[in-house]
Design a protein around this ligand. Structure first.
Ligand SMILES: [Zn+2]
Length: 469
């Protein structure tokens, strides 16, 4: 299996630290709002990487964090007049709903920064003791980048170039730094912010230290794969390497994987441009599976352009596969229970050839676009050869093969059970009752259940209206 490693800038054969096991860390979102479709891309991509390893029989320990202390969370909490944890817990719950809708498996562990402060204090102290970090007069702790000779190895930046770049920018409040490249490990509290006690000052951690600490705690000093969006290469991942390798004296991660940007109609997604979409907005218009399928239709390392046309094309492609499987399910009930004919056996050889193509594509740095092509070929084979005269053994083989490969991509081929109107209306009534009793948690939960069933609610003056997505 070959993986493109950002560290070496080439495809390398994957060799796990421990045979049959993969230790993987994927940087997760900062939870201050609903996740946007740019957040969904790494979730879907690296979930698919995980699924492929599992398909190949590896045991995957998959860790993905939630950054739950951050300026944006604090700002939102102050706006709403609540504790920052109210904001972060709310959006962690919402993020998990979106992940479930996109069929992203829960991580083995989903650590949260605010619950790992002790480990951060320990690692920062270790870095100070070893001369890799220092305390400024105001109690800020900085990482001493000059102390790590390999600083810049991931982003392939030259430390002197970085310095000349920084000289142009005057950063206020950072006068205590020895060097412009040095970054914050711990910073003093400001008015109205959450803080923790530390040997240096009352304060809170910098962003980078959390991943080094959580990776160490849940996966050990060394891991196989560290992954995230390409915008994290510098400075976040560069700084994680510096912290972890200086604290642990070991190579941090053997393979660094990064997914490309997501553009909207060929323009970078941004709130100020108004081309910003949350996963929730998109999945109200499309089946979440269409979004997942769309994300997998291009190579993960390249930029991906999101547009209504491309989503429609993905929907058509996905429908072709789902209809193919549905036809096989129907046939399975009708055809004669007998063994395969010679002709069918020859077709099975063709199918096996497609399985090989699927695996070869996935093993070439997770080329999901080519893997999807192999599934299309299987559907084509099935549509042209499976009919009422076929043997049950043949029909079942095709169905199970397509289903198995779809499952590697996280595509669910089973048809959702038809939900009855009465069932929906009973749930809506229960939600109204909960709201009347001011049990908003229950009301929200019911709304979530309805949304999982593909039901969209609209509160109007005439009461609650609903429609199927
Ligand atoms: Zn991270």
């Amino acid at each position: 299996m070959k993986i493109f490693n950002t560290l070496t800038r080439r495809k390398e054969e994957f060799v796990p630290l421990e045979p049959g096991k993969v230790k993987m860390y994927v940087c997760g979102p900062t939870v201050y709002n609903f996740i946007h479709i740019g957040n969904a891309r790494p979730m879907i991509i690296f979930d698919t990487v995980r699924r492929y390893f599992e398909y190949k029989g590896y045991e995957v320990n998959y860790v993905s964090n939630f950054t739950d202390v951050d300026d944006k969370i604090i700002k939102k909490a102050n706006e709403e007049g609540v504790d920052p944890s109210v904001i972060s817990e709310r959006y962690i719950a919402e993020c998990k709903k979106d992940m479930a809708a996109l069929n992203v498996k829960p991580a083995t562990t989903h650590p949260q920064a605010t619950k790992e402060i002790g480990g951060m204090l320990d690692m920062i102290q270790t870095l100070i003791d070893k001369g890799h970090a220092y305390v400024a007069e105001d109690g800020t702790v900085y990482f001493r980048t000059k102390s790590f000779k390999e600083y810049g190895k991931l982003s392939h930046k030259n430390i002197d170039e970085l310095q000349s770049g920084f000289r142009e920018i005057k950063v206020t409040g950072e006068e205590g730094k020895e060097d412009p490249n040095d970054f914050v490990l711990w910073k003093p509290k400001k008015e109205g912010e959450p803080y923790w006690e530390s040997p240096w000052c009352k304060g809170r951690p910098g962003w980078h230290i959390e991943c080094s600490v959580m990776s160490k705690r849940y996966l050990g000093d060394q891991i196989d794969i560290h992954a995230g969006g390409e915008d994290l290469i510098f400075p976040h991942h560069e700084n994680e390497i510096a912290q972890s390798e200086c604290a642990n004296d070991k190579t941090f991660a053997n393979y660094w994987m990064h997914n490309g940007f997501l553009n909207i109609d060929n323009v970078k997604m941004s709130k100020s441009l108004g081309n910003f979409f949350t996963v929730r907005e998109i999945t109200e218009k499309y089946d979440p599976q269409v979004l997942r399928f769309f994300m997998l239709s291009a190579h993960y390392r390249g930029p991906l352009n999101f547009s209504a046309d491309l989503m429609q094309a993905s929907k058509n492609g996905l429908d072709r596969i789902l209809n193919g499987v549905e036809k096989l399910c129907d046939l399975e009930k009708k055809v004669e229970a007998k063994g395969m004919s010679q002709e069918e056996e020859a077709k099975v050889a063709e199918a096996k050839n497609q399985i090989q193509k699927f695996e070869a594509a996935m093993e070439d740095d997770f080329n999901t676009a080519d893997a999807i092509t192999a599934i299309f070929e299987l559907v084509r084979l099935s549509n042209s050869t499976a009919n009422e005269a076929a043997s049950k053994e043949y029909v079942t083989y095709l169905k199970e093969t397509i289903e198995k490969l779809c499952d590697v991509l996280g595509i669910i081929t089973e048809k959702k059970e038809e939900v009855l109107d009465e069932e929906i209306e009973a749930l809506i009534q229960a939600r109204q009752q909960a709201r009347k009793e001011k049990n908003f948690a229950l009301a929200d939960e019911i709304r979530g259940r309805l949304s999982d069933m593909g039901i969209i609610l609209e509160d109007t003056r005439e009461g609650v209206k609903w429609k199927r997505a």
